[in-house]
Design a protein. Sequence first.
Length: 368
Amino acid sequence: MSNPSLLILPGDGIGPEVMAEVRKVIDWYGAKRDMAFDVSEDLVGGCAYDAHGTPLHDDTMAKAQEVDAVLLGAVGGPQYDDLDFNLKPERGLLRLRKEMDLFANLRPAQCFDALADFSSLKKDVVAGLDVMIVRELTSGVYFGEPRGIFEEGNERVGINTQRYTESEIARVARNAFEMARRRNNRVCSMEKANVMESGVLWRRVVEEVHKAEYSDVELTHMYADAGAMQLTRWPKQFDVIVTDNLFGDLLSDLAAMLTGSLGMLPSASLGAPMENGRPKALYEPVHGSAPDIAGQGKANPIACILSFAMALRYSFDQGTEADRLEKAVETVLADGLRTADLLGQEGVAPVSTSQMGDAIIAALDASL
Ligand code: IPM
Ligand code: MG
């Protein structure tokens, strides 16, 4: 049997630096756990625009469709701000999500014990936090038509459309219920059914799927604004949150920051199963390209490394090895290692991106 295949798209800014540490982890699994991957690398975002005049070359798109999983670093940078909308780095990422049909975006917000002090909230509110946000990723206002900037009378009007079909809602709801069954069996669905018809349909369809297939899971609903408030008030009340593309974008940033650092959080974007039974999948850190610190060895590689742990779990059925990698991250944090984004304690000097990666490799070695 051939090795599982990975396409690595480091992207822009700190993307290449954090991805270099993930490469060490991938190599470690090949050398020490007999889990070799066929790895290829390509461009996405601003660097792809610089090389090819497009944020995602068609050949790269085709490769992404063929591999078992895509790992992405980050895209974007201020030098691309004035580009035509369709050439912007972010369009490369959105094209990958859309054409691979990665409709379920899993964004865990987990608070590592060693970092509970970094949250802007009180320690007892966040210690032990473990929430999973399931964000719909290929529809809603991000993709709905009509969209654009038009002339109307003597002024311009900007238009985007929130649009959800029943099947789009049902499939992401199923994903959330399945996730809940593997966790604490609770789903909270968030929309704005009080003001949006798409929200009314969202709530109805989630209820129908629940009643027909998942009545063993506890289901609650919240308006998304109240949900944001509850997430800051007492986040531990949630297990799985399922929500649309735009609300999920906002709520996942909020949930991420509760845990202390955006530099820590991974994500998985999953689609329908391929012929080999694996879901179409793209894994990426929640953080962006952080151009202000790019190239300085300051970036935290943990979110990207934990994204690979999610790949082990969701694409390659290697839950035990994913646990091992997550444990290795916990170990180095408990040992006091901190990249610059995690500083705050006096007398602690930051470690570099590659020192953090090396320490995680050492912790992996020690786990054998
Ligand atoms: C995210 C980002 C993206 C989004 C951007 C970069 C297009 O904010 O993944 O949360 O809005 O989905
Ligand atoms: Mg976002």
